[in-house]
Design a protein. Sequence first.
Length: 259
Amino acid sequence: MDYGIRGKTAIVCAASQGLGKGCAMALAREGADLVINARGADALAATAGEIRQATGVRVAAVAADITSPDGRAQVLAACPEPDILVNNAGGPPIGDFRDWDEAAWQAAVNANMVTPIMLIRAVVDGMIARRFGRIVNITSRSVKAPLAHLGLSNGARAGLTGFVAGLARQVAKHNVAINNLLPGPFLTARQADGLRKLAAKAGQDYEAFLATRVAENPAGRFGTPDEFGKACAFLCSADAGFIIGQNLVIDGGSVNATI
């Protein structure tokens, strides 16, 4: 299946590893040229080289903190008129809401709500003018089914979700489609780190704790960044222009909901 994005240009944030890398690789396999971003220069350069070797597309790597105005400016300078934007940033810490002061909340809201909104603001009018745009925001299943230890994420990402719900319907007539991907448990370093902390808090062995969590998932496994990336690539395809303002949960069925 031809996704119709060969030769398009995509910005993929937080793309040196995990879900961001999965999205970048999937878009590259469909022929999209990339500007990828992450804070760690070495890991980002390694990922850029891997994608180039695997796909042959052009890949520019911008090592910068996307949650800062300067970092966003660097990424946008490298790609001022993207056809595709994949918003992604490391999630805020897990824990109890009593432990989070105002600064923690401001950091979470900046990284997981304000930053993607500022990037959308910077690129959406160009997409409208060119009559093609695809924006995918990587949020969390906790937007649909809040998790107690993800309070910072629940709040900040829900704010982004509300904003996107309104904007997506304003720009849809210009062939600009904005949607959100809501990951559940995936085989990423962040997932492993969070589970280690939860296991320690529960006083349990990590491997046993992990095995229990995996067994609880209806799919009987955790997801892979590769399959997540392929879902992202479809939402960025030319054929996804009638999918507007949706929140696609990708979690192996762990959110138990009819709709």
